[in-house]
Design a protein around this ligand. Structure first.
Ligand code: CA
Length: 298
């Protein structure tokens, strides 16, 4: 087992809901009232490795939260897989109405620790501004990437080394040139970093995240547009649409996986999935004379 102290630079954070109802019970005389247990605060989001492959039920990571002041273990959970959500973990932090007898209360801070299935432990994870837990019943959306990054490109140091070696062994290597992972060496429209994080080959112009085919819906009632794209293991995909590329206003477009399926916003591929699955998705026809689509990999 190897212990690391890591600061993830890529947390994306949004507090999506807050509820304060349970605080009212102690408002009359907060000093005298005993601490009461209240609805937990929940951290939810997507836990990914350095290449943005999500952990799931095939590749289970364990997540633990510690009280930052006492280092006492307060909550644990494991990653899961849901076909219709990019989230793969939910960590419920038990709370009390106030901080007595070691109970966590609004304003307390936690330290997150992650154990990968290979035994590697990421300890001391700093959750940016989200170490402080929210109010009772609050939900904090926190994505976590297990990356150790001290370079200027914002990616894992080992991944950067791997990409540099692959470039040196590729047809795009130029003696004396410095490797820059922000470049699109193979000229397929995606940067080297973008390809590495979406699971395609940065040094193969025929391999990149792309829409493979699109067919407009016919005139029949209920007909749908049909779109296909290639997936990679462990990634989560979403679709966006805009009616103009001059002043694009990209909006999330719902997927529907079959003719009668309930529309969903994400297509998730298990971490042990086929390396080049090409899903066919059916879309409600876009209104208006033009529509431009794009696929995003998380
Ligand atoms: Ca490529």
């Amino acid at each position: 087992m190897k212990n690391l102290t890591a600061v993830d630079l890529t947390f994306r954070v949004a507090v999506i809901a807050l509820a304060f109802a349970s605080l009212a019970a102690c408002a009359a005389n907060p000093a005298a009232a005993p601490a009461q247990s209240v609805t937990p605060c929940t951290y939810v989001g997507r836990l990914m490795d350095a290449e943005h492959v999500g952990f799931d039920t095939n590749r289970v990571a364990e997540i633990a939260a510690y009280d930052a002041s006492s280092d006492k273990l307060v909550a644990t959970t494991k990653t899961f897989f849901k076909a219709d959500s990019r989230r793969n973990y939910a960590l419920r932090i038990p709370m009390a109405s106030k901080s007595v007898d070691g109970a966590l209360a609004p304003g307390s801070t936690v330290r997150i620790e992650v154990k990968e299935p290979n035994g590697m432990v990421w300890s001391g994870l700093v959750v940016d501004n989200d170490a402080e837990i929210g109010g009772p019943g609050s939900v904090k959306e926190v994505d976590m990437v297990l990356a150790y990054c001290t370079n200027a490109y914002g990616i894992d140091n080992d991944l950067l080394d791997d990409l540099r070696r692959a470039w040196q062994n590729s047809a795009y290597h130029v003696e004396g040139e410095t490797f820059d992972p922000r470049k699109d060496y193979d000229g397929d429209g995606m940067s080297t970093i973008g390809e590495a994080l979406s699971g395609t080959n940065p040094f193969d112009p025929n391999d990149c995240l792309s829409i493979r085919s699109f067919r407009r819906a016919g005139q029949d009632a209920g007909a749908k547009d049909v779109l296909t794209f290639e997936c990679r293991p462990g990634r989560s995909y979403r679709l966006e649409v805009t009616d103009s590329l001059e002043n694009p206003n990209w909006q999330t477009k719902e997927f529907s996986r079959d003719e009668n399926g309930t529309p969903i916003n994400y297509i998730n591929v298990p971490s042990t999935g086929s390396s080049e699955e090409t899903p066919t998705v059916y879309l409600l026809p876009q209104t208006g004379p033009k529509a431009f689509f794009r696929i995003k990999a998380d």
